[in-house]
Design a protein around this ligand. Sequence first.
Ligand code: HEC
Length: 131
Amino acid sequence: MKLAKLLVACTLAFGVANAQDVMQKSMSIMEQGMTQIQKGFLNNNLELIKEGSALVKQGNELFSEKKVIENYLPQNKKHLVNVAAAASERISLDLNVLELNLDEKAYLSAADAYSDMLNACSRCHSIVRSW
Ligand code: HEC
């Protein structure tokens, strides 16, 4: 009986630790990606922008499911999971717009998509952090 309880406790703890990893991994990849995109625009380096965009896409995919996002919302913000998930969706759409504009050499519009992505990061953070 005791052993069974211990096993359950371990499984739960492991589950939480794992979930923690997903968020930290996702955020750290997206942070790197956004920094690269910014550097790319500032230095007129298209390769950096493309690499950064691929990183943000990778990170965002890890943190886009409502179930995952809901885990990280404070208890009194869980009802805002749709708004939070919409921020992730917006990042994904902005990435498409950014890439299409790069292909078209419409760099100002591409930079606008980057700004909108940054706003989407803040949108979700404002919920989580009660900004
Ligand atoms: C759907 C919600 C959501 C979106 C969208 C989102 N984040 Fe986060 N982010 C979180 C949560 C939850 C945390 C952890 C709680 C906190 O730091 O307040 C977090 C924390 C972070 C952290 C601190 C990480 C840590 O280990 O403490 C960074 C850096 C970060 N996010 C970067 C970004 C960037 C860059 C973007 C946009 C490209 C972004 N986030 C978009 C939810 C989101």
